[in-house]
Design a protein around this ligand. Structure first.
Ligand SMILES: Nc1nc2c(ncn2[C@@H]2O[C@H](COP(=O)(O)OP(=O)(O)OP(=O)(O)O)[C@@H](O)[C@H]2O)c(=O)[nH]1
Ligand SMILES: [Mg+2]
Length: 255
């Protein structure tokens, strides 16, 4: 199974195993024993034995496997915020990008390479809308993939009239989902900055900064404004977290 797979009992809630690192091994059901065929019972006095041994049955068990991607940084935002475009600009991933909501239907990953051979993994998930925790839109079913990220990059479309309202919708959904997603380190950026003129952009940046009390980056995946500094900051953060959690690097491992 891929790294990041969790194994649950048939009840879907009791966790049996959590395969977090490459090379983790767990035995879930003991295989049977093949038994012996009649040739095994052949001897000098009994050359055609009619005896055989049926062996032992294998263990049967129903389990659920749930995959949580292991990414360092997760991208969140409303549909059309430019998450997939950001992933495509930052990594060599080629997600589907289009000018309509819910272009992304499944999470996607990309590897961001920063200087000195360092790299980290960025995850793009489908957009969230108001009521996602109640199943609206694609719902919150992919938020599990963000649970293990060190940080969140929250993209707010700079073209929206009310950027603080757009921001709040996504924050509310993160909170409603639980699992401490709203307590994760969050980096905020106004995306698609090239579509708004500078004066208005600065005003929106100030609004969002005052509203959140956090710094707000100005970002354009098209002109690459703010791209590299954001990627570098997130990379440093991911590295710090990795050291804190003493998370082992996916070491050389072959199945
Ligand atoms: N001008 C400009 N357009 C952008 C930028 N980033 C994204 N877009 C456009 O915005 C639209 C939506 O971009 P996506 O990357 O598909 O948005 P998304 O957040 O992944 O959307 P969902 O997958 O639906 O949640 C596309 O038409 C992109 O070309 C940007 O920095 N500048
Ligand atoms: Mg997308």
């Amino acid at each position: 199974v891929p790294v990041g797979t969790q194994v649950f009992e048939e009840d879907e809630t009791t966790l049996i195993a959590d395969l977090e690192k490459g090379g983790d091994i767990v035995l879930l059901a003991q295989g049977g024993s093949g038994g012996f065929g009649n040739a095994r019972f052949k001897s000098s006095t009994n050359r055609a034995p009619r005896r055989a041994n049926p062996g032992l049955p294998a263990e049967h068990r129903t389990i659920w496997l749930r995959l949580k991607l292991i990414a360092d940084v997760g991208l969140v935002g409303l549909p059309n915020a430019g998450k997939s475009t950001f992933l495509a600009a930052a990594t060599s991933a080629t997600p589907k990008i289009a000018d309509y909501p819910f272009t992304t239907l499944y999470p996607g990953l990309g590897v961001v390479r920063i200087g000195d051979g360092d790299s980290y993994v960025l995850a793009d998930i489908p957009g969230l809308i108001e009521g996602a925790h109640e199943g609206a839109g694609i719902g919150d079913r992919f938020l599990g993939h963000i649970e293990r990220c060190a940080a969140i990059l929250h993209l707010v479309d700079a073209g929206h009239d009310d950027v603080t309202a757009s921001y709040d919708i996504v924050r509310e959904e993160l909170k409603a989902y639980g699992h401490s997603l709203d307590e994760k380190f969050e980096r905020i950026a106004l995306s698609k900055a090239d579509t708004v003129d500078d004066e208005l952009l600065i005003e929106k940046q100030k609004q969002l900064q005052d509203h959140t009390g956090k710094p707000v980056e100005i970002l354009s995946a098209v002109t690459h404004q703010g791209l590299f500094s954001t990627l570098r900051d997130l990379g440093n953060l991911a590295k710090e977290q990795r050291i804190n959690n003493k998370k082992e690097e996916p070491a050389a491992w072959t199945p």
